[in-house]
Ligand binder design. Structure first.
Ligand SMILES: [Zn+2]
Length: 461
């Protein structure tokens, strides 16, 4: 029985862990490394194992940094079975197809650039939309929360609600080999308790070892309710000034959460009924539709809404703008529009057009509700840039800028510690965090032997 680490080791992206037991090789996630651009060397490098030798992939959730190398795994010879919850499977489809599309675009762009520099070797896409489509054929059995399943003889898996995004799971694996047994829990990404729509994370039973994410292992989140109030206030102020509101939005959970709170705001009279709200992101629109098919994933409050025949995302004047012509038409609205568009860090996507049309206007506002990495357009604006470059133009930043921090999809330090205490494992592997954060977090763990694996490192279980 062995575990080895092939991504998200002393870093936050590229999650990929390998468990070997009873002659079967099982991956937990196969995520993309995400950095400056997605053709990075880490993604093109060998996995550290033979793709064709992998029997199973247990997928914790549909974020790109957990499922984004699956098409590459298939391209390199994987012919086994991918197991996930039904919501994860549907979301992963959207995410992987989008990634294949972006990879093709990036390769084309790099190819044109190389040609301008007189080079002839055009770079290959990491994988294509077709590779992503092929990957869907390897999704086999569907996992249900809380039900122990026999993945293979000597390997049982239980998927437990991780409360992070729709369909997300933590895993509890029970292993048997040569009359020996062992158990290992994988946190996946853990959600923040008490949020709208999703249930709180469920901790696995006591395990011999635990593999734990540490994204926010060094900080505590601001409470949610004041953040919701801040959102309403920022929108109400913009209405008084007569401008528009632009909210750069992550497609998979944040967009649905915002729609939920906007609906509550309109129903409670905190926001004007006449607010024209646009969800201007094809991926977020697909994810919202998928959300409606999965009542098994909701928290009690949201489930009740659905039972009463209400749609938690239905707003009187909400419009889904899938086509780009509809997206462009939004630019003609001068006042009273609330525009939710991707990408969340404004590094690409339709939100850049909306920023171009609103950033220079004193009466408009831009509200950031998510993480903004160094070097991104979102970070420049948050840090107070006076002008930013968009589509080759220098655009003045005169709009009201707000940053609201209470909407995190990740557990904070104390929630991670509480989850870890419940699992009570004598051995802990920390992953999915920056090294400095992990070191701080490790100091707070008691009664457990802590490892911070390096990429490629393996351990006996
Ligand atoms: Zn995630």
């Amino acid at each position: 029985m062995k575990i080895s680490f092939h991504g998200a080791d002393r870093g936050v992206t590229g999650s990929c862990h390998l468990v070997e037991c009873g002659g079967k090789r099982t991956l937990i996630d196969c995520g993309l490394f995400q950095g400056e651009h997605e053709l990075s060397e880490e993604n093109t490098a060998p996995f550290g194992f033979e793709a064709s030798q992998i029997d199973f992939v247990l997928l914790t959730h549909a974020h790109l940094d957990h499922c984004g190398r699956l098409p590459l795994l298939v391209k390199r010879g994987f012919r086994g079975e991918i197991i996930a919850t039904s919501a994860t499977r549907e979301l992963a489809r959207v995410v992987m197809l989008d990634a294949g599309h972006l990879q093709e675009e990036e390769a084309e762009y790099q190819g044109r650039k190389a040609a301008r520099h007189g080079k002839h070797s055009a770079p290959q896409a990491l994988y294509t939309k077709l590779d992503a489509l092929n990957t869907l054929e390897y999704f086999g059995r569907t996992a249900s929360y809380g039900q122990r399943m026999e993945v293979a003889p000597g390997l049982h898996a239980t998927f437990l609600d991780a409360g992070h995004i729709l369909g997300s799971a933590s895993l509890y694996l029970q292993l048997e080999e040569n009359e020996r047994s062992s158990s290992v829990a994988f946190s996946g990404d853990l959600g923040n308790s008490g949020r709208a729509l999703l249930r709180d994370p469920v901790a696995p039973p006591r395990a011999d070892a635990v593999v734990l994410e540490t994204t926010y292992g060094d900080r505590l989140h601001k409470p949610l309710q004041p953040s919701v109030e801040e959102l309403y206030q920022a929108i109400a102020d913009t209405y008084k000034r007569g401008g528009n509101v632009v909210i750069p939005t992550f497609a998979l959970e944040r967009a649905q959460e915002l729609l939920y709170y906007l609906r509550v705001g309109v129903e409670s009279g905190r926001l004007p009924r006449a607010a024209q709200i646009f969800l201007d992101s094809p991926m977020a629109i697909s994810a919202t539709e998928i959300f409606k098919h999965h009542p098994e994933c909701y928290d009690a409050e949201t489930a009740e809404l659905f039972r009463d025949g209400k749609d938690p995302f239905a707003l009187p004047s909400l419009r889904f703008t899938r086509e780009s012509a509809d997206s462009i038409a939004i630019n003609r609205i001068e006042s009273g529009a609330i525009i939710l568009a991707g990408s969340g860090m404004a590094t690409g996507g339709r939100v850049r057009h909306h920023l171009k049309h609103n950033l220079w206007r004193q009466d408009s506002s831009v509200i950031f509700v998510g993480f903004a990495a160094q070097g991104t357009l979102a970070r420049q604006i948050i840090d107070g840039a006076k002008t930013v470059k968009l589509f080759g133009e220098d655009i003045q930043v005169r709009a009201h800028i707000s940053t609201i921090n209470g909407f995190s999809a990740h557990a904070d330090r104390d929630e991670l510690l509480a989850w870890h205490r419940q699992v009570g494992a004598p051995r802990t592997f920390l992953v999915h965090g920056d090294e400095a954060v992990m070191r701080e977090f490790a100091k707070r763990l008691a009664n457990t032997q802590v490892e911070m694996p390096q990429q490629g490192q393996s351990f006996e279980l």
